[in-house]
Unconditional design. Structure first.
Length: 462
């Protein structure tokens, strides 16, 4: 793509980077075939190629966003399917992130839109505030139909995504029990012989499904790993980053790096593990996010990014041996966009599930986003609904017993449109290798049998 930035403009490093990205685009249009919003709307401006043109025009004109660009960039899910498809290697992820930061700096949103975004940025990254807001939303769930009829679709979508008060209370109780267990084990985890890893505790997942972190810790400790959960680490920064709040995202990244650095310096570390794939994509990008910082923070950010791994990516490097339990369950594996497009991890989760004895079935249109995309299902509820229903129709067509995925956002989104149980991949692996049955699969437990002669793995022999 031809660009016309001035020499003066290209002295600014971010514009120079954007220029290099834009010039890689050859207008081929292959990205339109895999873009969810283009498939739904058929508008060129709601395709990656169309957005690239709009972003190019904004940057060449001085970087001030207009209403048309804001509308079409806001509709982008950042699913990154276009990057998987693109034969020219266009770095759309960093281009659209830059555009969102420009929008945040130069565009004045309407009062309602601005307040919703401010509320999300202030609430979701904090486990305490997010938990309190979930409780209030759960109590207000019966009013969501009325709110939708009044035209308050975003607020209705927020209430629809909230768990019932009973389910939230159960999750909060589970989380409290698990955190007390971790506290008793010590701030730096339990001593084990095989290796040492850090686990990102996260924000949304820990509030909604703390049993995922618990299953991850159990499984890793069973195979001899010391699991460190740093109390000072929190939200990865992805949520605010995709809202264009770049400064806040950098602050959250720096806080995590500082919380982990003492642990990293204390001795050999195998990985920083993430079991929410959206967070994993963000952590792996810390080096780029903080590249313009002072040398030492930038070096630390790059080091942390190099250590970051999805839990399935890490488990795939281990010899887990035969499962302790064997199952006849049909598992539809939903590959989150942040997993398959953001991190390019496609085979590891499926292979792990198959080795653990599950029958994995493929979902048609598996490359198309389910509509979760961080806060997208709250900010663009109608498009998210259409994508969620489309994804669930494809899932139900293969008649699975269970849906497995590696991202809490997808779990929440899919759960709004189907009664099929949805679990994290690591919960199934923990169950197969000796852990407890996931809460929402208790009715299927009779279809799982103990493997004759199986026993707990012995860390010293692995």
């Amino acid at each position: 793509m031809q660009t016309s930035f001035s020499t003066e403009q290209l002295k600014e490093p971010r514009l120079a980077e954007a220029n290099a990205i834009l010039r890689r685009c050859v207008h081929c249009g292959l990205c339109t075939a895999t873009c969810p919003t283009y498939l739904l709307l058929g508008d060129e401006r709601d395709s990656p190629r169309g957005r690239i043109y709009l972003i190019k025009d904004m940057l060449e004109r001085g970087g001030k966003a207009n209403a048309a660009l804001v509308r079409h960039v806001d509709r982008c899910l950042s699913c990154l399917s276009c990057m998987t498809t693109c034969p020219s290697g266009v770095d759309y992820m960093h281009l659209v992130d830059f555009a969102r930061a420009q929008i945040e700096r130069t565009h004045r949103r309407g009062i309602a839109d601005g307040l919703v975004r401010l509320l999300l940025a202030a609430t979701v990254p904090s486990r305490a505030r997010f938990g309190a807001s979930l409780l209030l939303a759960g109590l207000a769930r019966p009013a969501r139909g009325l709110l939708a009829r009044l035209g308050l679709r975003r607020l209705a979508a927020m209430l629809a995504m909230a768990p019932t008060p009973w389910r939230l209370a159960r999750s909060m109780a589970t989380g409290l029990v698990e955190r007390r267990k971790r506290a008793r084990a010590g701030a730096l985890g339990q001593t084990a012989g095989r290796g040492r890893v850090i686990l990102l505790q996260g924000c949304v997942q820990e509030a909604l499904r703390p049993e995922i972190n618990a299953a991850t810790i159990r499984l890793l400790e069973r195979f001899g790993y010391e699991v460190v959960v740093a109390p000072g680490a929190g939200c990865c920064g992805a949520l605010v980053h995709h809202l264009g709040r770049e400064r806040q995202a950098k602050a959250q990244a720096r806080r995590n790096i500082e919380a982990w650095w003492e642990i990293i310096a204390a001795g050999p570390l195998d990985a920083i593990l993430v079991n929410a794939s959206g967070c994993g994509t963000m952590l792996k990008d810390y080096g780029h996010l903080l590249a313009g910082s002072e040398p030492e923070p930038a070096r630390r950010a790059a080091h942390v990014a190099g250590l970051a791994k999805d839990v399935s990516e890490f488990l795939a490097t281990l010899d887990l041996g035969p499962p302790k339990r064997w199952s006849s369950l049909r598992i539809a594996y939903h590959s989150a966009c942040s997993m398959q497009h953001g991190q390019r991890i496609t085979e590891a989760p499926r292979a792990l599930l198959e080795k653990a004895g599950f029958a994995v079935v493929e979902i048609p249109e598996g490359h198309i986003c389910c509509g979760s995309a961080g806060t997208y299902n709250l900010l663009q509820p109608e498009l998210a609904r259409r994508l969620g229903e489309r994804k669930v129709a494809n899932i139900e067509a293969v008649e699975p017993d269970v849906v497995a995925t590696g991202n809490i956002g997808c779990m929440t989104q899919l759960g709004a449109y189907t009664d099929i149980p949805i679990v994290h991949t690591v919960e199934l692996l923990d169950w197969a290798y000796g852990g407890p049955c996931p809460n929402n699969l208790r009715h299927l437990a009779k279809r799982v049998s103990e493997v004759p002669g199986s026993r707990e793995p012995e860390p010293a022999l692995l």
